[in-house]
Design a protein around this ligand. Structure first.
Ligand code: C5P
Length: 227
């Protein structure tokens, strides 16, 4: 079979990364979580006090962007790649609700997007890649052989995200998680640059009623049909 590019987009917590990881493992492809890259830039902005509840100094963040290096380094013990920001492992920190609360504002900045998109396109040059995010099928890989658009109700999604954060030992309430998921979806779909939208040639998968393995089987069939 020839190697293809698989683009997975959709709202927050629709299980994009679970599906993308399963596919990459099954097909022997690279998996890239682009949300981790936007989260790392948001963390950088927080660390330098460029963003807080009360202010966002976009100019300073943009001026510092050339100093921001993002890398995915494979951790053989875990079996997946972890996010590094300027050579520091930030995999745990970028998954907190604090970062989730600022990431969509940082992801609205065009200069941030163009830097990350360029890096993502470079990673996919040789195909054999599964990438998940919000603009993969519409901007990063417009020619991807398979584009999926994942949806599920916001309550289903908030429940999943809440469960995930609790399992990691974070102190959050369901209400806060739901509010965050809804706010991010609003910003992500309404921003001017690369808004979250289903590509015209993407296949929509609503997984509110699908188990993880049912979804996986369904998508594997789709992969076979195009590769
Ligand atoms: O996928 P995840 O929920 O970790 O993404 C975090 C945030 O990063 C999204 O809510 C969105 O604002 C931003 N993002 C984006 N474009 C991508 C991936 C993520 O704008 N390709």
């Amino acid at each position: 079979d020839k190697k293809i590019t698989i683009a997975i987009d959709g709202f927050s917590s629709t299980g994009k990364s679970t599906l993308a990881k399963q596919l990459a493992k099954e097909l022997g492809y690279i998996y890239v979580d682009t949300g981790a890259m936007y989260r790392a830039v948001a963390l950088y902005a927080m660390q330098h006090d460029f963003i807080s509840e009360t202010h966002f100094d976009k100019e300073s963040l943009v001026a510092k962007l050339p100093k921001v290096t993002l890398q995915f380094l494979f951790n053989p013990e875990l079996g997946f790649a972890e996010m590094y920001l300027n050579e520091v492992n930030v995999e745990t920190e970028i998954r907190t609700l604090a970062v989730s609360n600022f990431v969509s504002k940082v992801a609205e900045v065009s200069e941030v997007r163009s830097k990350l998109v360029e890096q993502q396109q470079h990673m996919g040059e040789n195909k054999g890649i599964v990438m998940d995010g919000r603009d993969i099928g519409t901007v990063v890989f417009k020619d991807a052989e398979l584009k999926l658009f994942m949806t599920a109700s916001s309550e289903t999604r908030a429940k999943r995200r809440y469960q995930e954060l609790i399992e990691k030992g974070q102190e959050v309430t369901y209400e806060d998680v739901l509010k965050n998921v809804e706010e991010r979806d609003y910003i992500d779909t309404h921003r001017e640059d690369s808004p979250l939208v289903k590509a015209s040639d993407a296949i929509e998968i609503d997984n509110s009623q699908l188990s993880i393995s049912e979804q996986f089987q369904k998508v594997l069939e789709l992969v076979k049909s195009v590769s």
